[in-house]
Design a protein around this ligand. Sequence first.
Ligand code: ATR
Length: 293
Amino acid sequence: MADKSIMTINGKTRLCGVIGNPVEHTMSPIIHNTLSEYYDKNLIYVPFYVKDGDIEAAIKGAHALNILGLNVTVPYKMDVIPYLVDIDDLAKRIGAVNTLVRCENGYKGYNTDVLGLGRAFEISGIKVNGNTVVVLGAGGASRAVVFLCESLGAAKIYLFNRTIDKAEALANEVNEYSGRDLVIPMLMSDIEKIEENDIIAIQATSVGLHPNNEDVVTTCDAFYSKISKAYDLIYKPTETKFMRLVKEHGGEAYNGLSMLNYQGVIAYELWNEMEISEEAAKITFDKLMGAVD
Ligand code: ATR
């Protein structure tokens, strides 16, 4: 008997996929193929391994093959930019693209990682507008977080990093862009100096990532006691030590799985010019949850 989970592939089947190196561990096919099944769309999604130096050929070849859209993962999120015909403003500001949407002469680049984080905030009731946000880390992921919080109207952003130079460079860039002293760079070891209460905290360092589950970027009680809502970009493990400390001090904490899910959902929306329901997004989320080991 035919397996009902395998969709019918025929002459009208459209193709999307993810390009990266390595790409074997991607969870994106789970999101997109589940959505195609849910909405009965004749669209399949596959991983494409692209080796170093082949990114231009991959993008041009994808367009020539009528591929509808691509996700881009490590290490190509910046490398693809010169080969796009257009780029979304926020993606341009962040300097990283993870979604390519087909247009007539090539692809337009978007950053649905950051749009996905924005939607994850909404769903989790994390209201950045008018509030104080603490961002931990000043690397690539933090860069996207800080620009997102700027675009969402944060009142103040404290940017804590072990290496102060990186926090200062990012703060200067965002402050110049926003035209106000929005981002305040701070040394991680000074985290007890935060005075505000009811803060939103975003954990954007790589500390605590599997298999180093018991690592945490700070254990400062004074900091954790001021947090009302927190988001950790890490989703493996599903509860980091950072999240645990937030909860132990009475705050709410969420992991990065909703961001991963919504970056896929939003990419699917862009490719198919449609809106994905929360019911469908919940189904893909649950499947991702089951796939994180
Ligand atoms: P990503 O693209 O995931 O953001 P990244 O650009 O390498 O990765 O940034 C990693 C972030 O985690 C940085 O903010 C880094 O701090 P430094 O700029 O001081 O290196 C932070 N980080 C990594 N390991 C850390 C550790 N053991 N203690 C404190 N911060 C750490």
